[in-house]
Design a protein around this ligand. Structure first.
Ligand SMILES: Cc1ncc(COP(=O)(O)O)c(C=O)c1O
Length: 486
């Protein structure tokens, strides 16, 4: 503690004496040793495997627009918006000033007793922007908290409407809904679940619409969209009176940008209606404009009962998430006590004024600068680039996604769709090389994805793809892998 006080004093002195610019101060905030020596890095959990990460630690010191600079001064192009969060890019003055103004008014108000003006304004703006009658909003701070809230509202809704036995949640393998116990139980990502098992009871999983590798060995459209219709069969088999909700990401992220065929979500909607089961869209990534509409529900033309959104909503300037539900659900909670306890769910920092002021400014920017049109335009540009890369490199087997959420699946053999073996994970090699070359993107052994800031320009998208292209070129030529030049 003494040490920290001393360092803080030292830092203040530095500011006064040298009249340093903010970026330089940020870099000097921690010493060179603290950025790379194990004894300092051991004090913090960052990545899953810290021993591996700490060999080449990445510590960002400042950011502007679509760029980051690490503590060593190296510049990175941010083709991932942080992690689908920094929707308006870094250093957006309008959002920063909105936060400053709110700090001067009030930085916190007690959720136990009420709310604050930015929260009421933001709820009303979201109600206006969300499709259909999605209009009652519960704020939280992160994605896991709102997917958890959606699970709870589904269960409470059925209890209050005379179906107390409806509690099961159906979601998909390979999905990610968060890391709290309920959201993790709904998730279908083996690598993150097994280690935490046993998880909560009442969660079932079905296979996702991975058309490129159909789990039913069928081909679209002759498949009759079995991956969607089977959800009805599962509800039947479980007994519909025990099933509360189906929760899906409109475009799955983990699993490699799982973009469903057009018929998929409308079929889920029909199945849920038929069985009095709520349809929840996890739009933690796809919400707030990423697919070129404010919500992916609009991109796919399907109205869910509940939308959960987070990451891009606050643009990374402050943590905020929102669960938005339809009128008929909200109305059930709007009656006199004691028959109705209301929606029993809450966290200390939900709807705090700073986060709500940030999100209001983010949404105003999206609307006034017509950011959604830019997402559609840049999404088309990104798709063309990926198609060009697929002509150049035959390790690109498939291109998927919408707007500024797109990725490529990597294969060793395009004909057979054989994957690269575990000891030669091409996606990791290319992604790591891209990082060395100054590009942040999402990479996995078998896929690579881009989710650039929604305000990215033509030049910036071109530069991001150029670095990816160079990284493919370098890795493939080093290992003598085939690169088709047709
Ligand atoms: C689709 C989806 N849902 C939920 C979450 C959980 O959000 P958080 O990490 O903010 O709790 C994530 C996080 O990556 C996500 O991608």
């Amino acid at each position: 503690m003494l040490c920290m006080t001393f360092r803080y004093a030292e830092h203040t002195l530095l500011l006064e004496k040298e009249n340093m610019s903010v970026p330089n101060v940020a870099i000097k905030l921690i010493s060179q040793a603290q950025t790379c020596e194990e004894r300092f890095l051991r004090q913090i959990f960052v990545r899953d495997q810290m021993a591996t990460w700490s060999k080449q630690p990445l510590i960002m010191a400042r950011a502007d627009g679509v760029h980051y600079w690490d503590v060593a001064g190296k510049q990175y192009l941010d083709a991932l918006s942080g992690i689908y969060v920094v929707s308006l890019g870094h250093n957006n003055r309008r959002v920063i000033e909105a936060i400053h103004r709110q700090l001067d008014l009030t930085h916190f108000s007690p959720v136990m007793h009420g709310t604050n003006p930015p929260a009421v304004q933001l709820a009303n703006l979201l109600a206006e922007l969300a499709p259909g009658d999605l209009s009652a909003v519960k704020f939280q701070c992160g994605g896991s908290e709102v997917t958890e809230a959606a699970i709870k509202i589904a269960r409470q809704y059925h209890k209050l409407t005379g179906h107390p036995g409806k509690y099961k949640i159906i979601s998909r393998y390979q999905s990610w809904h968060g890391s709290t116990l309920g959201s993790l139980s709904a998730s279908g990502l083996k690598s993150r679940k097994t280690v935490n098992e046993p998880l909560a009871p009442g969660f079932l999983h079905v296979f996702p619409p991975t058309c490129y590798r159909c789990p039913f060995d069928k081909t679209h459209p002759e498949c009759d969209i079995t991956c969607a219709t089977i959800v009805g069969d599962v509800i039947d088999a479980e007994d519909a009176e025990t099933v509360a909700a189906v929760m899906v990401e409109p475009i799955g992220h983990t699993g490699g940008i799982i973009d469903p065929p057009d018929e998929y979500l409308p079929i889920l909607r029909e199945v849920c209606d038929r069985h009095n089961v709520l349809l929840i869209f996890d739009e933690i990534i796809t919400g707030a404009g990423r697919t070129g509409r404010m919500f992916a529900a609009e991109t796919f033309g399907v109205l869910p009962d509940v939308i959960c959104t987070a990451k891009g909503l606050g643009g990374g300037y402050a943590p905020i998430s929102a669960m938005i539900c339809r009128r008929h659900i909200a109305d059930v909670f709007w009656s006199e006590e004691p028959d109705n306890p209301g929606f029993v769910e809450g966290h200390t920092f939900e709807g705090n004024p700073i986060s709500c002021a940030a999100a209001l400014a983010v949404l105003q920017e999206i609307i006034e600068r017509d950011v959604l049109a830019n997402v559609r335009r840049q999404g088309a540009r990104l798709r063309e680039h990926f198609e060009r890369l697929a002509e150049k490199y035959d390790v690109i087997g498939d291109i998927r996604g919408k707007g500024l959420l797109q990725g490529v699946e990597l294969v060793r053999d395009r004909e057979t769709k054989e994957q690269f073996p575990a000891d030669n994970p091409l996606g990791l090699r290319v992604g790591r090389r891209a990082l060395e070359n100054g590009l942040l993107c999402r990479f996995d052994p078998h896929w690579i994805a881009f989710g650039p800031p929604l305000i990215s320009t033509d030049d910036e998208i071109d530069q991001m793809v150029e670095v990816l292209d160079r990284s493919f070129e370098e890795v493939l030529s080093e290992s003598g892998e085939r690169t088709a030049t047709r």
